[in-house]
Ligand binder design. Sequence first.
Ligand SMILES: Cc1cc2nc3c(=O)[nH]c(=O)nc-3n(C[C@H](O)[C@H](O)[C@H](O)COP(=O)(O)O)c2cc1C
Length: 327
Amino acid sequence: MLEVLKRLKRGAFALRERVKIRREVRKAFAWDERMFMRNAGALHLDRKTAAEAAIVMAYHVLEKGLTMPHRRMGFGKGAVVHLINLVEDFEKRFGAATPQVAHAARVLKAYRELHAGWPEPMPRLDAFLAKRPSLAAATQPHVKRDDFFAAKDAPFPAFAASRHVCRHFAGPVPKDALESALKIALTAPSACNRQHARVHVIEDARLRDGLFALQGGTRGFGQDASAVLVVTADLSTARWAWERHDAYTNGGIFVLNLCYALHYCGIAHCILHWSVAPKADKAAHRLLGIPEREAIVQVLACGTPPEEFDIASSPRRSLEEVVTWHS
Ligand SMILES: Cc1cc2nc3c(=O)[nH]c(=O)nc-3n(C[C@H](O)[C@H](O)[C@H](O)COP(=O)(O)O)c2cc1C
Protein backbone atom coordinates (compact mmCIF):
# COMPACT_ATOMS: atom_id res chain seq x y z
CA MET A 1 0.00 0.00 0.00
CA LEU A 2 2.79 2.38 1.00
CA GLU A 3 4.66 1.48 -2.19
CA VAL A 4 1.55 2.25 -4.31
CA LEU A 5 1.15 5.63 -2.61
CA LYS A 6 4.82 6.41 -3.19
CA ARG A 7 4.48 5.50 -6.86
CA LEU A 8 1.35 7.66 -7.22
CA LYS A 9 3.16 10.59 -5.60
CA ARG A 10 6.12 10.16 -7.93
CA GLY A 11 3.73 9.99 -10.92
CA ALA A 12 1.92 13.15 -9.83
CA PHE A 13 5.24 14.95 -9.38
CA ALA A 14 6.46 13.88 -12.84
CA LEU A 15 3.17 15.01 -14.39
CA ARG A 16 3.39 18.40 -12.65
CA GLU A 17 6.97 18.78 -13.94
CA ARG A 18 5.92 17.93 -17.50
CA VAL A 19 3.06 20.46 -17.40
CA LYS A 20 5.43 23.10 -16.01
CA ILE A 21 8.09 22.42 -18.67
CA ARG A 22 5.53 22.45 -21.49
CA ARG A 23 4.27 25.84 -20.27
CA GLU A 24 7.85 27.13 -20.15
CA VAL A 25 8.59 25.82 -23.63
CA ARG A 26 5.62 27.76 -25.01
CA LYS A 27 6.77 30.87 -23.15
CA ALA A 28 10.35 30.48 -24.43
CA PHE A 29 9.32 30.05 -28.05
CA ALA A 30 6.85 32.92 -27.77
CA TRP A 31 9.72 35.10 -26.54
CA ASP A 32 11.92 33.96 -29.43
CA GLU A 33 9.12 34.65 -31.88
CA ARG A 34 8.60 38.13 -30.45
CA MET A 35 12.31 38.97 -30.58
CA PHE A 36 12.59 37.65 -34.13
CA MET A 37 9.53 39.55 -35.33
CA ARG A 38 10.78 42.76 -33.73
CA ASN A 39 14.39 42.50 -34.87
CA ALA A 40 14.98 40.16 -37.80
CA GLY A 41 16.46 41.99 -40.75
CA ALA A 42 14.03 40.22 -43.08
CA LEU A 43 11.22 42.24 -41.49
CA HIS A 44 13.13 45.49 -40.85
CA LEU A 45 15.08 46.36 -43.99
CA ASP A 46 14.69 50.03 -43.09
CA ARG A 47 17.37 49.60 -40.43
CA LYS A 48 21.00 50.28 -41.28
CA THR A 49 22.28 46.99 -39.88
CA ALA A 50 19.71 45.02 -41.88
CA ALA A 51 20.41 46.97 -45.05
CA GLU A 52 24.12 46.28 -44.61
CA ALA A 53 23.50 42.56 -44.05
CA ALA A 54 21.48 42.42 -47.27
CA ILE A 55 24.43 44.01 -49.10
CA VAL A 56 26.96 41.60 -47.61
CA MET A 57 24.81 38.67 -48.65
CA ALA A 58 24.37 40.06 -52.16
CA TYR A 59 28.08 40.84 -52.67
CA HIS A 60 28.98 37.40 -51.37
CA VAL A 61 26.78 35.78 -54.01
CA LEU A 62 28.82 37.61 -56.67
CA GLU A 63 32.11 36.96 -54.89
CA LYS A 64 31.29 33.25 -54.88
CA GLY A 65 30.35 33.49 -58.56
CA LEU A 66 33.76 35.02 -59.34
CA THR A 67 35.48 32.01 -57.77
CA MET A 68 33.19 29.15 -58.85
CA PRO A 69 34.66 26.09 -60.54
CA HIS A 70 32.10 25.92 -63.37
CA ARG A 71 31.88 29.66 -63.92
CA ARG A 72 30.13 30.90 -67.05
CA MET A 73 30.85 34.39 -68.33
CA GLY A 74 27.87 36.69 -68.03
CA PHE A 75 26.72 34.96 -64.84
CA GLY A 76 24.69 36.76 -62.20
CA LYS A 77 23.40 39.70 -64.25
CA GLY A 78 20.35 40.02 -62.00
CA ALA A 79 22.56 39.76 -58.91
CA VAL A 80 24.70 42.67 -60.16
CA VAL A 81 21.70 44.98 -60.60
CA HIS A 82 20.27 43.86 -57.26
CA LEU A 83 23.56 44.70 -55.50
CA ILE A 84 23.83 48.10 -57.21
CA ASN A 85 20.29 48.94 -56.08
CA LEU A 86 21.08 47.94 -52.50
CA VAL A 87 24.33 49.93 -52.36
CA GLU A 88 22.82 53.06 -53.91
CA ASP A 89 19.83 52.85 -51.62
CA PHE A 90 22.12 52.39 -48.59
CA GLU A 91 24.23 55.42 -49.50
CA LYS A 92 21.13 57.53 -50.09
CA ARG A 93 19.62 56.62 -46.74
CA PHE A 94 22.65 56.27 -44.47
CA GLY A 95 25.39 58.34 -46.09
CA ALA A 96 28.97 57.10 -46.18
CA ALA A 97 29.56 53.46 -46.97
CA THR A 98 30.65 51.19 -44.14
CA PRO A 99 33.73 49.00 -44.84
CA GLN A 100 31.46 46.11 -45.89
CA VAL A 101 29.44 48.32 -48.25
CA ALA A 102 32.69 49.69 -49.69
CA HIS A 103 33.78 46.11 -50.35
CA ALA A 104 30.53 45.50 -52.25
CA ALA A 105 31.50 48.25 -54.70
CA ARG A 106 34.94 46.67 -55.12
CA VAL A 107 33.31 43.31 -55.90
CA LEU A 108 31.22 45.01 -58.59
CA LYS A 109 34.41 46.45 -60.05
CA ALA A 110 36.02 42.98 -60.04
CA TYR A 111 32.96 41.63 -61.86
CA ARG A 112 33.33 44.35 -64.49
CA GLU A 113 37.05 43.69 -64.92
CA LEU A 114 36.40 40.00 -65.43
CA HIS A 115 33.90 40.94 -68.14
CA ALA A 116 36.17 43.53 -69.81
CA GLY A 117 35.96 41.76 -73.17
CA TRP A 118 32.36 40.61 -72.79
CA PRO A 119 30.25 41.69 -75.78
CA GLU A 120 27.03 42.44 -73.86
CA PRO A 121 26.72 46.03 -72.56
CA MET A 122 26.43 46.62 -68.81
CA PRO A 123 25.12 50.20 -68.69
CA ARG A 124 23.92 50.13 -65.10
CA LEU A 125 27.19 48.74 -63.80
CA ASP A 126 29.26 51.14 -65.93
CA ALA A 127 27.26 54.12 -64.64
CA PHE A 128 27.76 52.92 -61.05
CA LEU A 129 31.51 52.54 -61.53
CA ALA A 130 31.88 55.82 -63.43
CA LYS A 131 30.92 57.61 -60.21
CA ARG A 132 33.82 55.82 -58.44
CA PRO A 133 36.80 56.29 -60.77
CA SER A 134 39.50 55.49 -58.19
CA LEU A 135 37.87 52.31 -56.90
CA ALA A 136 40.17 49.26 -56.68
CA ALA A 137 38.71 45.88 -57.64
CA ALA A 138 38.31 43.24 -54.95
CA THR A 139 40.69 40.35 -55.40
CA GLN A 140 39.73 36.75 -54.82
CA PRO A 141 42.74 34.70 -53.69
CA HIS A 142 44.04 32.13 -56.15
CA VAL A 143 45.81 29.37 -54.23
CA LYS A 144 47.80 26.22 -54.84
CA ARG A 145 46.53 23.17 -52.96
CA ASP A 146 49.78 22.66 -51.05
CA ASP A 147 49.82 26.31 -49.95
CA PHE A 148 46.17 26.14 -48.90
CA PHE A 149 46.98 23.43 -46.37
CA ALA A 150 50.54 24.62 -45.59
CA ALA A 151 49.72 26.18 -42.20
CA LYS A 152 48.68 22.78 -40.80
CA ASP A 153 51.36 22.88 -38.11
CA ALA A 154 51.59 26.65 -37.77
CA PRO A 155 50.68 28.45 -34.52
CA PHE A 156 46.90 28.85 -34.12
CA PRO A 157 46.56 32.47 -35.44
CA ALA A 158 48.19 31.48 -38.75
CA PHE A 159 46.33 28.15 -38.91
CA ALA A 160 42.94 29.80 -38.22
CA ALA A 161 43.61 32.48 -40.84
CA SER A 162 44.42 29.77 -43.40
CA ARG A 163 41.10 27.96 -43.01
CA HIS A 164 38.62 28.85 -45.70
CA VAL A 165 35.70 27.18 -47.31
CA CYS A 166 36.53 25.74 -50.69
CA ARG A 167 34.06 25.13 -53.48
CA HIS A 168 36.45 23.25 -55.75
CA PHE A 169 36.45 19.48 -55.35
CA ALA A 170 38.45 17.32 -57.73
CA GLY A 171 38.72 14.01 -55.93
CA PRO A 172 37.44 11.80 -53.15
CA VAL A 173 38.13 12.25 -49.47
CA PRO A 174 40.43 9.53 -48.07
CA LYS A 175 38.45 7.61 -45.45
CA ASP A 176 41.28 7.51 -42.91
CA ALA A 177 41.75 11.30 -43.16
CA LEU A 178 38.02 11.82 -42.64
CA GLU A 179 38.02 9.50 -39.63
CA SER A 180 40.98 11.38 -38.16
CA ALA A 181 39.18 14.70 -38.63
CA LEU A 182 35.98 13.38 -37.05
CA LYS A 183 37.98 12.08 -34.09
CA ILE A 184 39.62 15.50 -33.58
CA ALA A 185 36.19 17.17 -33.85
CA LEU A 186 35.04 15.12 -30.85
CA THR A 187 37.28 17.34 -28.68
CA ALA A 188 34.64 20.10 -29.01
CA PRO A 189 33.32 21.29 -25.66
CA SER A 190 29.62 20.91 -24.90
CA ALA A 191 27.23 21.95 -22.15
CA CYS A 192 27.72 19.63 -19.15
CA ASN A 193 29.68 17.42 -21.55
CA ARG A 194 26.43 16.08 -23.01
CA GLN A 195 28.04 15.94 -26.47
CA HIS A 196 24.93 16.79 -28.43
CA ALA A 197 26.45 16.47 -31.92
CA ARG A 198 26.07 13.51 -34.29
CA VAL A 199 27.45 13.21 -37.81
CA HIS A 200 25.92 11.46 -40.82
CA VAL A 201 28.46 10.84 -43.58
CA ILE A 202 26.77 10.81 -46.98
CA GLU A 203 28.81 9.21 -49.76
CA ASP A 204 25.92 8.12 -51.98
CA ALA A 205 25.59 10.59 -54.90
CA ARG A 206 21.81 10.15 -55.07
CA LEU A 207 21.39 11.08 -51.41
CA ARG A 208 23.83 14.00 -51.79
CA ASP A 209 21.94 15.42 -54.77
CA GLY A 210 18.58 14.94 -53.02
CA LEU A 211 19.87 16.75 -49.94
CA PHE A 212 21.39 19.60 -51.94
CA ALA A 213 18.15 20.05 -53.88
CA LEU A 214 16.44 20.65 -50.52
CA GLN A 215 19.25 22.92 -49.26
CA GLY A 216 19.64 25.14 -52.32
CA GLY A 217 23.09 26.66 -51.62
CA THR A 218 25.45 24.48 -53.65
CA ARG A 219 24.73 25.47 -57.23
CA GLY A 220 27.83 25.17 -59.38
CA PHE A 221 29.92 22.98 -57.08
CA GLY A 222 27.78 20.60 -54.97
CA GLN A 223 27.89 17.89 -57.63
CA ASP A 224 31.68 17.62 -57.17
CA ALA A 225 31.58 16.90 -53.41
CA SER A 226 32.57 13.31 -52.71
CA ALA A 227 31.39 13.31 -49.09
CA VAL A 228 28.74 15.32 -47.30
CA LEU A 229 28.70 15.59 -43.54
CA VAL A 230 25.35 16.27 -41.97
CA VAL A 231 25.90 17.47 -38.42
CA THR A 232 22.90 17.02 -36.18
CA ALA A 233 22.28 17.51 -32.47
CA ASP A 234 20.25 15.12 -30.40
CA LEU A 235 17.31 16.94 -28.80
CA SER A 236 17.14 14.21 -26.13
CA THR A 237 20.05 16.03 -24.50
CA ALA A 238 17.82 19.05 -23.68
CA ARG A 239 17.10 18.98 -19.94
CA TRP A 240 14.86 22.02 -19.51
CA ALA A 241 12.86 24.51 -21.54
CA TRP A 242 15.42 27.30 -21.52
CA GLU A 243 17.82 24.99 -23.38
CA ARG A 244 15.78 25.37 -26.53
CA HIS A 245 18.80 26.70 -28.49
CA ASP A 246 21.32 24.22 -27.13
CA ALA A 247 21.17 21.88 -30.09
CA TYR A 248 22.33 24.74 -32.28
CA THR A 249 24.87 26.33 -29.95
CA ASN A 250 26.52 23.02 -29.11
CA GLY A 251 26.14 21.76 -32.67
CA GLY A 252 27.64 25.00 -33.98
CA ILE A 253 30.67 24.71 -31.69
CA PHE A 254 31.14 21.15 -32.93
CA VAL A 255 30.89 22.28 -36.55
CA LEU A 256 33.65 24.86 -36.24
CA ASN A 257 35.88 22.35 -34.49
CA LEU A 258 35.14 19.92 -37.32
CA CYS A 259 36.01 22.57 -39.92
CA TYR A 260 39.40 23.15 -38.32
CA ALA A 261 39.93 19.40 -38.03
CA LEU A 262 39.07 18.86 -41.71
CA HIS A 263 41.45 21.63 -42.70
CA TYR A 264 44.16 20.14 -40.50
CA CYS A 265 43.66 16.75 -42.17
CA GLY A 266 43.89 18.20 -45.69
CA ILE A 267 40.18 17.89 -46.51
CA ALA A 268 38.52 20.81 -48.28
CA HIS A 269 35.10 21.72 -46.88
CA CYS A 270 32.30 24.10 -47.63
CA ILE A 271 29.91 24.87 -44.80
CA LEU A 272 26.30 24.88 -45.98
CA HIS A 273 23.41 26.50 -44.15
CA TRP A 274 20.43 24.54 -42.96
CA SER A 275 18.04 27.50 -42.98
CA VAL A 276 15.21 25.63 -44.62
CA ALA A 277 11.43 25.49 -44.35
CA PRO A 278 9.95 22.76 -42.11
CA LYS A 279 8.87 20.80 -45.18
CA ALA A 280 12.46 20.53 -46.44
CA ASP A 281 13.73 19.65 -42.98
CA LYS A 282 11.20 16.84 -42.74
CA ALA A 283 12.05 15.64 -46.25
CA ALA A 284 15.78 15.57 -45.43
CA HIS A 285 15.17 13.50 -42.31
CA ARG A 286 13.16 11.07 -44.39
CA LEU A 287 15.65 10.97 -47.27
CA LEU A 288 18.65 10.29 -45.03
CA GLY A 289 16.88 8.21 -42.41
CA ILE A 290 17.86 10.64 -39.65
CA PRO A 291 15.76 10.18 -36.52
CA GLU A 292 13.31 13.00 -35.78
CA ARG A 293 15.00 13.70 -32.43
CA GLU A 294 18.18 14.79 -34.24
CA ALA A 295 17.95 18.41 -35.33
CA ILE A 296 19.96 19.11 -38.47
CA VAL A 297 22.41 21.87 -37.56
CA GLN A 298 24.70 22.16 -40.54
CA VAL A 299 25.81 20.44 -43.70
CA LEU A 300 29.42 20.29 -44.92
CA ALA A 301 30.37 19.49 -48.51
CA CYS A 302 33.82 17.86 -48.61
CA GLY A 303 36.36 16.77 -51.15
CA THR A 304 39.96 16.96 -52.24
CA PRO A 305 40.66 20.22 -54.06
CA PRO A 306 42.39 20.47 -57.44
CA GLU A 307 46.01 21.60 -57.62
CA GLU A 308 44.98 25.25 -57.98
CA PHE A 309 41.74 27.06 -57.25
CA ASP A 310 40.12 30.34 -56.24
CA ILE A 311 38.58 31.18 -52.88
CA ALA A 312 36.17 34.01 -52.09
CA SER A 313 37.87 36.80 -50.13
CA SER A 314 35.07 37.17 -47.51
CA PRO A 315 36.69 40.12 -45.70
CA ARG A 316 36.08 40.32 -41.97
CA ARG A 317 34.77 43.17 -39.84
CA SER A 318 37.23 45.11 -37.71
CA LEU A 319 37.56 44.49 -33.98
CA GLU A 320 35.91 47.88 -33.31
CA GLU A 321 32.82 46.87 -35.28
CA VAL A 322 32.44 43.61 -33.40
CA VAL A 323 33.58 44.11 -29.82
CA THR A 324 31.92 46.21 -27.13
CA TRP A 325 33.92 46.51 -23.92
CA HIS A 326 31.79 46.80 -20.78
CA SER A 327 34.47 47.99 -18.37
C1 LIG B 1 26.23 28.88 -41.12
C2 LIG B 1 26.90 28.98 -42.47
C3 LIG B 1 26.15 28.72 -43.62
C4 LIG B 1 26.77 28.77 -44.88
N1 LIG B 1 26.04 28.43 -46.00
C5 LIG B 1 26.66 28.39 -47.20
C6 LIG B 1 25.95 27.90 -48.34
O1 LIG B 1 24.79 27.50 -48.27
N2 LIG B 1 26.60 27.88 -49.53
C7 LIG B 1 27.90 28.29 -49.67
O2 LIG B 1 28.43 28.25 -50.77
N3 LIG B 1 28.61 28.74 -48.58
C8 LIG B 1 28.01 28.78 -47.36
N4 LIG B 1 28.73 29.18 -46.23
C9 LIG B 1 30.14 29.57 -46.37
C10 LIG B 1 30.36 31.06 -46.13
O3 LIG B 1 30.02 31.77 -47.28
C11 LIG B 1 31.83 31.31 -45.71
O4 LIG B 1 32.11 30.55 -44.57
C12 LIG B 1 32.09 32.77 -45.42
O5 LIG B 1 31.99 33.54 -46.57
C13 LIG B 1 33.47 32.98 -44.81
O6 LIG B 1 34.46 32.48 -45.67
P1 LIG B 1 35.57 31.46 -45.16
O7 LIG B 1 34.87 30.31 -44.49
O8 LIG B 1 36.28 31.05 -46.41
O9 LIG B 1 36.46 32.19 -44.22
C14 LIG B 1 28.13 29.13 -44.98
C15 LIG B 1 28.86 29.40 -43.81
C16 LIG B 1 28.26 29.33 -42.57
C17 LIG B 1 29.09 29.58 -41.33
